[in-house]
Design a protein around this ligand. Structure first.
Ligand code: ASP
Length: 347
């Protein structure tokens, strides 16, 4: 009898010591579908804005996000929603993408864009194109109609032409505002004691902002797509390419975690691999989207000295805006039709 009781106690001990499986928190689908957009982050201060300008930005952001919302609400794909929404922003001179792109040192416009499909992890990008009206569509076609992920310069334009995309004269991208901004930066550069980096990036000029555009959407089928389009940074030289067309830095999407589109000082976003890092923290460390975005933007990017922000949507329809600048042009809509349009930290 004694032997039995010893055996039972031993068995009990073994069973008790066996690790009880960790209860995984039940994830709640907060939105059947969702869409977020940005129009760039930077030194956007209310005191430097006129009410007219503010209203114009907000109206365009609203128009763009509603375009994508309608597609998603009608059961369309996040791929279509992201592409069509970005077209609205690329075609507006208000943003630094497509028409309204910033100027390079050589007074040209060189456009970068990328898109990623969270279901297949397929991606496409173009960099340094000068005559493609809607670079986001060129990026999409690189993904779907070529064996490559990224095409650049004249070759990317040639590909876009062969795909039947609208090619425009480079003068189409000209806007007086952006041209003046380049002249100001160049003037500053000439000053003997100029901080070369500040001059390069138009960093503390009154209305300085980045202005890249991006969109992330989750559709009713559970697929996440992220896209980003930009003219890059004022006064860029030597065919500089930023983070926007780099998968993992400017754009990332994975149905298992989230989709992200970045905007800000591209060199830092490349070095911090911002978009993929956020997804990886969710996937490997089990962080929530908000936690992961805060970790990467407020800690990692900020510690490096980088400025900017991201928009993101996770597989449960949670939406996040995270930035370390004074403002970020941004908007979102959830599946219940709730609309948010903001520019500054709070409003
Ligand atoms: N990230 C872009 C770049 O570095 C600029 C921006 O977001 O406005 O090219």
């Amino acid at each position: 009898m004694k032997r039995f009781s010893i055996l039972f106690s031993f068995l009990f001990l073994v069973l008790a010591c066996k690790e009880t499986p960790q209860e995984k928190p039940v994830e709640k689908q907060v939105n059947e579908f969702a869409i977020v957009i940005h129009g760039g982050a930077g030194t956007i201060l209310k005191k430097n804005m006129t009410p007219e300008k503010e209203a114009a930005y907000k109206a365009k952001l609203e128009e763009a996000v509603k375009k994508g919302y309608e597609i998603l609400n009608n059961g369309g794909t996040s791929m279509d929603a992201v592409e069509q929404t970005i077209h609205v922003l690329e075609n507006s001179p208000l943003f630094n993408a497509g028409k309204g792109a910033v100027f390079t040192h050589d007074e040209a416009n060189e456009l970068d864009a990328s898109i990623m499909d969270g279901k297949t992890l397929n991606a496409g990008a173009v960099a340094g194109v000068k005559d493609v009206k809607n670079p986001i569509t060129a990026a999409k076609l690189v993904m779907t109609n070529s064996p490559h992920v990224m095409l650049s310069g004249a070759g990317a334009s040639q590909f876009a032409k062969e795909q039947g995309l609208e090619i425009v004269d480079p003068s189409y991208f000209y806007t007086e505002n952006r041209f003046k901004s380049l002249q100001r930066v160049k003037e500053r550069e000439k000053k003997k004691d100029a901080d070369k980096t500040a001059a390069f990036y138009d960093a503390d000029i009154k209305d300085s902002k980045f202005g890249t555009v991006g969109c992330v959407a989750l559709d009713k089928h559970g697929n996440i797509v992220a896209g980003t389009s930009t003219g890059g940074m004022t006064n860029k030289r030597w065919n500089r390419i930023g983070d926007a067309p780099i998968i993992g830095a400017g754009t990332y999407a994975n149905n298992a975690s989230c989709g992200v589109s970045s905007t800000g000082w591209g060199e830092y976003f490349i070095r911090a691999m911002v978009a993929h890092d956020i997804s990886a923290l969710m996937e490997y460390k089990g962080m929530t989207l908000k936690e992961a975005a805060q970790e990467v933007i407020q800690k990692k990017l900020t510690a490096l000295g980088g400025t900017g922000g991201i928009i993101a949507v996770d597989k449960n329809g949670n939406m996040v805006f995270e930035f370390n600048t004074a403002g970020m042009y941004r908007a979102s809509m959830d599946s219940k039709g709730n609309l948010t349009v903001k520019i500054y930290k709070e409003s």
